[in-house]
Design a protein around this ligand. Sequence first.
Ligand code: KIV
Ligand code: NA
Length: 280
Amino acid sequence: ARFSPIQVLSDAKARGEPAAMISLYDAPTAELCCDAGVDCLLVGDSLGNVVLGYENFISVTMADMIRHTEAVARGVKESSRPGVPIVADLPFGSYTTVAEAARNGADLMRAGAHAVKLEGAGPATLEAVRAIIEMGAPVVGHLGFTPQSALRFSGVVQGKTGGAAEDLLRDALALQEAGCSAVVLEAVTREVAELLTKTLSVPTIGIGAGAACDGQVLVFHDLVGLSKRAPFRFVKRYAEARAILAQATRDFVEEVRSGAFPVEEHGWSMPEDELEGWRA
Ligand code: KIV
Ligand code: NA
């Protein structure tokens, strides 16, 4: 028997029923997603773009990740499913040495994560993976388009050639060998994602990587339509939350200005007898 809560991902692979994962950053959203039945949560470093207003992922710090992982953990506990596992991203520059990787991984685990995620499969990253796992924390890998090294890429979609497929397979096997519990595949052609999913014994979680993956992950703000527009074609908007929130906000502003809000039901009166005495 294994004790890792992120075992839900391998269970999904074994059952052949894809796991649903959502990237999110705060307590009420975590509670909502758990109540809605999500299998696993990710506190992604997309935090930087999505809610902190940065242009890229490079600005996100460990302090940011710890604070938001703690918030998500509190939200999960408040939900109807307090056992839903949390994966937290190690941000840009936080795992360049084994010592830093272990210390920062430990900090995310203490903040409430059940596993940490990092990007790539270079020699230093594989060492970091092994060190964190040796320490006792599960690690999730991330291949394909890896936003932390976006400046190195010329295009988004990965795995378009046979050579690229071989590289991705080699990297995925290296991550599995190093002990990763799962691998996220971002913007990988469906053929290559399927090959990786069939070849690996650990689960693959796709985002823009086709339907063959063992799980799918999307950013909450993207899937509910809170983002201004879908940044990539792999996002499906299941609602137009931004339009709903914008209309509610316009209504509030307008009612304040017109005096339509607030009315009696939104406040309190002094008790009748008090009022008489006080006025007398
Ligand atoms: O940061 C993030 O949200 C992610 C997922 C999109 C995989 O890494
Ligand atoms: Na990320």
